[in-house]
Design a protein around this ligand. Structure first.
Ligand SMILES: *Cc1c(COP(=O)(O)O)cnc(C)c1O
Length: 418
């Protein structure tokens, strides 16, 4: 039942070459792709269902604030993160939309949760009491969500714990039980048994909700679906969907399928910093895992596991240079990789190298990088560390550059805003 991905052509013109951007290594984040993806999801689910854009882990490495702002401007009405600190980051950027914290918050963080008007997931009584006390203390009402574990075996209360827990909650002042939700474990898998499991999880959710309602406890917001579920199980959309990966334009399915035409938002770029020809029999990189068989033009590129590019890709991966594939040879080190660029004529120092994303007509997908690193597409972008500058594009133009600790080299200061 899963169809293969058909990617819509990118709606924006590209920034040509690397020369406009004074970085060694950077990730371009196409905010038009984020906008397109949120709109595509909205169109697919219809006006009755809200979108809670999941921007946890720095929006899967893309940058939480720009992705959140773009999602909110294009049809998302809510945001979700995992930790208190991530919610504070959004609030400090001036974002006022409801923000759900899907992970655990300590009772000692209750005052801060209330101060920033974040919506915590409440999982235990001591936490509920601390939040209620903080809300009373600050003279506010606090919305909270309760999560039921329907079969992921992770966070959330078991179905039989829900009624006593919520009854106790309702006795606490200044708390509003606003949402009731769950999370699927195999919604991204297409086998019969996985699909049956997802349906069973949804059944357990509905049973728990009906049991609550039978006790006279009504909760206005119901949500369950991450990207894969909202696409493959329309009945799981309820009031709100919680897409993350599909907002960033990557496939939510283990087989790479896609139901709607989303566009990958990120391209990881660097440059050739050194180019030379090694003789046959030369040893390349730590551990001498690669020995040249013939004279080899090698390009040194400043991307390593210290940027979040996985070391498992050593001697396996490829990059794009001049829109052609070139193999990574030898071990990936913390700061650099070596590429066999023998097949690329006319290559010069400082020419652009793409690790995933698009270069002209050529593409190299995040899924392909994930397979070399024996992981999933989620981990590839989320792994990118702060040392990699994030360059934001709209309409093919650079609109902002976020660098490590906000550092701005003086020469680009004038051109980077607007
Ligand atoms: C990460 C996460 C999501 C989003 O999942 P995607 O597969 O990226 O769409 C939704 N809900 C919860 C609880 C999550 O942890």
């Amino acid at each position: 039942m899963l169809s293969n991905a058909i990617e819509a052509p990118s709606s924006q013109t590209e920034v040509k070459g690397a020369n406009h951007i004074e970085e060694l290594t950077w990730a371009e984040v196409n905010l038009d792709a984020i906008a397109h993806n949120v709109r595509a999801i909205k169109k697919h689910i219809g006006s009755q269902v809200e979108i809670m854009a999941v921007v946890k882990a720095n929006a899967y490495g893309h940058g939480a604030v720009p992705v959140a702002q773009t999602a909110l401007q294009n049809g998302s009405t809510r945001l979700a993160v995992y930790r208190l600190i991530e919610g504070i980051e959004l609030r400090q950027a001036g974002i006022t939309a409801p923000v759900l914290i899907m992970g655990y918050t300590l009772p000692s963080q209750a005052e801060t949760v209330v101060r920033w008007n974040l919506t915590p997931t409440v999982n235990e009584q001591s936490q509920a009491q601390a939040l209620s006390a903080a809300a009373v203390n600050q003279g506010r009402q606090l919305s909270i969500h309760v999560k039921v574990d329907t079969g992921l075996g992770r966070f959330g209360l078991l179905p039989q714990e829900i009624i006593p827990f919520c009854q106790a909650l309702l006795k606490l002042p200044n708390l509003k039980l606003e949402g009731f939700y769950t999370h699927f474990s195999v919604a991204d898998e297409s086998s019969e048994s996985s699909q049956a499991y997802t349906r069973r999880q949804l059944d357990i959710y509905h049973q728990a909700l009906r049991a609550l309602e039978a006790q006279g406890i009504t909760v206005p917001l119901h949500h369950a679906a991450r990207s894969a579920a909202l696409l493959a199980f329309p009945e799981s959309r309820l009031n709100i969907v919680r897409p993350g990966i599909s907002i960033h334009g990557l496939s939510a399915f283990s087989n790479g399928a896609s139901f709607i035409p989303t566009q990958p938002a990120m391209t990881l770029k660097s440059r050739v910093i050194r180019l030379r020809t090694l003789p046959a029999g030369a040893s390349v990189g730590y551990g001498r895992t690669f020995i040249t068989q013939r004279p080899t033009q090698v390009a040194l590129v400043p991307v390593g596991y210290g940027d979040g590019y996985h070391r498992l890709i050593s001697n396996r991966g490829q990059v794009l240079i001049h829109q052609q594939r070139a193999p990574i040879i030898g071990r990936i080190s913390m700061d650099q990789v070596i590429v066999d660029a023998s097949a690329i004529p006319g290559l010069k120092q400082h020419d652009e190298v793409v690790f995933f994303g698009r270069q002209g007509e050529a593409t190299l997908s995040v899924d392909e990088v994930a397979s070399w690193a024996e992981t999933i597409n989620y981990e590839v972008t989320t792994s990118l560390l702060p040392r990699v500058a994030r360059v934001y594009l709209r309409g093919g133009k650079v609109t902002a550059i976020h660098r490590l600790k906000g550092l701005t080299p003086p020469r680009t200061e004038r051109t980077e805003e607007k």
